[in-house]
Every structure is written in structure tokens, then in C-alpha cells.
Write a protein that binds this ligand. Structure first.
Ligand SMILES: Nc1ncnc2c1ncn2[C@@H]1O[C@H](COP(=O)(O)OP(=O)(O)O)[C@@H](O)[C@H]1O
Ligand SMILES: [Mg+2]
Length: 313
């Protein structure tokens, strides 16, 4: 069973004060996230990521479609008890200490009274805030508040986690820690669905990603599949600086560095190139498909719509 099943969920807001105009924030979205996956929901600002998460959390009402989480309807309280959510801009009553706030959330999410304080200190340590439980939140930095938000989301040991821009406001070390935390959650068998506009945060972490732009899904898949599907090229590296004459016709790019030479060739020519190198008795060091970065794939996926967006508005 999929952990999250999104079935044509869509949202049109009504904007303007005097004359209301419809604004489509999310076109009917179909997406399925398997149990145990880390799933990255990627898109530039205004793409519709927060809208999707709010719909899944039941915070805004869909214009169309539905979704199921752990096989249950969005407004099922039983399901709510088994998910955790980090909002994009968590707002906390800042005269409380971190411990007070988390004990309050623990109470709300049904953690037994005698377990609360142990759970809270455990979770604070887990998000890298072991010593500041007694400090008022108003003295916390943005990064520390973000960690408190994550602590709040994982406190009751939920099965599925939804994080809206979990790395925002964090420095590189903080981002690394959040990444590690998500990996730990995966190892515990949890499902993590998170949004980001920072692609490098998703590239190494996600089992699969979806790319959304202007409220429309543009691509879904494993990062490696998405990035290799763009190129169809192979990088061949061999020892020495000799370039067989017959190879030049196949290679789109060829240059030497130190005592190796590197050629980029279309996938279709791979065997011919290897044969050419063998004939010259050159030692092949590696043959690797060229992957574009996720960023390149992303930019490519956004491009066609820039024109379409102009037409639409
Ligand atoms: N409450 C709202 N009323 C009107 N428009 C909204 C509202 N919330 C979001 N939008 C619009 O919907 C689009 C998607 O927004 P959002 O889901 O916040 O994007 P993202 O999280 O990807 O940056 C944006 O154009 C935004 O201006
Ligand atoms: Mg957002």
C-alpha cells in the first residue's frame, strides 16, 4: 500500500477584494509515495508546494480531488495521529521554553503524561538542541526554531512525515544535520515527504522526486533516472594521451588531463569507441553514463512553461 496517494488534488484560490478572480495554485495532481521512501517535492517559489502540503494536512479545502494517507481519508483523526508536519514558517508562542512548548505538543498528540518529559528531552537531543530546553523560544535563532519545529513533528513517533522547506534558514552544517535526521527516519521505516527549492538538498537524499511548476507536475522519478534520461551520453576514460584517429568521428568532446584522456560520446557509439581503443591496445579506465545535475533537469523542465505561462496569464 502506498503511504500517500494523491488523487487529482487541485486548488483554486479566489483573489482580489472587490472583484474576485480565480487563481489556480494547483492543477489536478496525481502522485503516489511508497512507504519507506524519502520523497522530494521540488519547485521554485510559488510552484504550489505549500498549497499541496496544506491540502494534505486538511488545512485548506481542495477545489477538486482527494488524497489518502496510510490508506485513510485526509480528515480521519486516526490518520492525523500517525503523521507529523513541519509547516513552512512555524510560529510558536515565544515566551514558552522549548521544553514547555514540546510538552504541550506531546500532550496534544496523546503522549502519556509519565513519558512526556523523557520523550521531550530525547527529541531535543535528536534535533541537536540538547542543552536549551529551558530557554525561551524568543532567544532562539531561526535555525534553532526550525529544529524545534522538526522536534514537534517527530515527537509522537509518527509513521509519515511532512516537512515544508525543512532546510530553510539553516547553515550548511544545520542542513546536513536535517538530512541525516531524515535518513535516520527512513532507516526506522518512516516515510518522509518534504518540499524544497534547494535542489542540492534533494539530490543525494531522495529515493524519488517530483518537480512542480506553476501548479503543474512536470516530472517524477528517481534522481538517477531523471538525470540520465536527459543526456544519452557516455564518458569514456583511458590511459595515455593517444586519441585513435577513428575515434574522433564518434566523440562529441575529447580532451586529456595528466596521463588520461576523456571522451564524451553518444550512447549509440559506445561500442564502436571501445573497439577503437582496444584496437590501439589502450587501457580503458572507466565507462560511465553522463548524468546531468538535477539542476539542469529542473531548469529544462521549467523552460517550456515559461512561454506557456506568458500565454496563460
Ligand atoms: N491563500 C492564498 N490566496 C491566494 N493565493 C495563494 C494563497 N496561497 C498561495 N497562493 C498562490 O498560490 C501559488 C502557489 O503558492 P505556494 O503553494 O505557497 O507555492 P510554494 O510553496 O511552492 O512556494 C502562488 O502563486 C501563491 O501566490
Ligand atoms: Mg512554500
Amino acid at each position: 500500500m502506498a503511504a500517500i496517494d494523491i488523487l487529482g488534488l487541485a486548488k483554486t484560490y479566489s483573489v482580489g477584494f472587490w472583484r474576485k478572480k480565480p487563481k489556480c495554485a494547483l492543477q489536478p495532481l496525481h502522485l503516489s509515495v511508497e512507504a519507506g521512501e524519502i520523497f522530494g517535492f521540488l519547485g521554485p517559489n510559488g510552484a504550489g508546494k505549500t498549497t499541496t502540503l496544506k491540502l494534505l494536512m486538511g488545512l485548506v479545502f481542495p477545489s477538486a480531488g482527494s488524497a489518502r494517507i496510510l490508506g485513510m481519508e485526509i480528515n480521519d483523526p486516526q490518520m492525523k495521529a500517525r503523521i507529523g508536519f513541519l509547516p513552512e514558517q512555524p510560529y510558536f508562542y515565544d515566551y514558552l521554553t522549548a521544553t514547555e512548548l514540546l510538552e504541550y505538543y506531546a500532550q496534544l498528540s496523546g503522549v502519556a503524561a509519565k513519558e512526556r518529559s523523557r520523550k521531550v528531552s530525547e527529541v531535543l537531543a535528536r534535533v541537536g538542541l540538547p542543552d536549551v530546553g529551558g530557554m525561551q523560544l524568543r532567544k532562539f535563532s531561526k535555525g534553532m526554531l526550525q529544529r524545534v519545529g522538526i522536534a514537534q513533528a517527530i515527537l509522537h513517533d509518527p509513521q509519515v512525515l511532512f516537512f515544508d522547506e525543512p532546510m530553510s534558514g539553516l547553515d550548511p552544517i544545520g542542513r546536513r544535520e536535517v538530512r541525516d535526521l531524515m535518513e535516520q527516519l527512513k532507516q526506522q521505516g518512516k516515510t518522509v515527504f518534504f518540499s524544497t527549492h534547494i535542489l542540492s538538498d534533494a539530490e543525494s537524499l531522495c529515493d524519488r522526486v517530483a518537480i512542480i511548476h506553476l501548479g503543474e507536475l512536470r516530472g517524477v522519478g528517481a534522481v538517477a533516472d531523471l538525470t540520465s534520461s536527459v543526456q544519452g551520453q557516455v564518458e569514456v576514460v583511458w590511459q595515455g594521451n593517444l586519441v585513435p584517429a577513428s575515434l574522433k568521428a564518434f566523440a562529441t568532446e575529447c580532451h586529456g588531463t595528466g596521463d588520461t584522456t576523456r571522451a564524451v560520446v553518444p550512447e549509440a557509439n559506445q561500442d564502436a569507441v571501445i573497439d577503437a581503443l582496444r584496437r590501439e591496445r589502450l587501457r580503458i579506465v572507466s565507462v560511465i553514463p553522463v548524468r546531468t545535475s538535477l539542476e539542469e533537469y529542473f531548469v529544462l523542465k521549467l523552460k517550456p512553461s515559461e512561454a506557456a505561462a506568458g500565454v496563460r496569464s
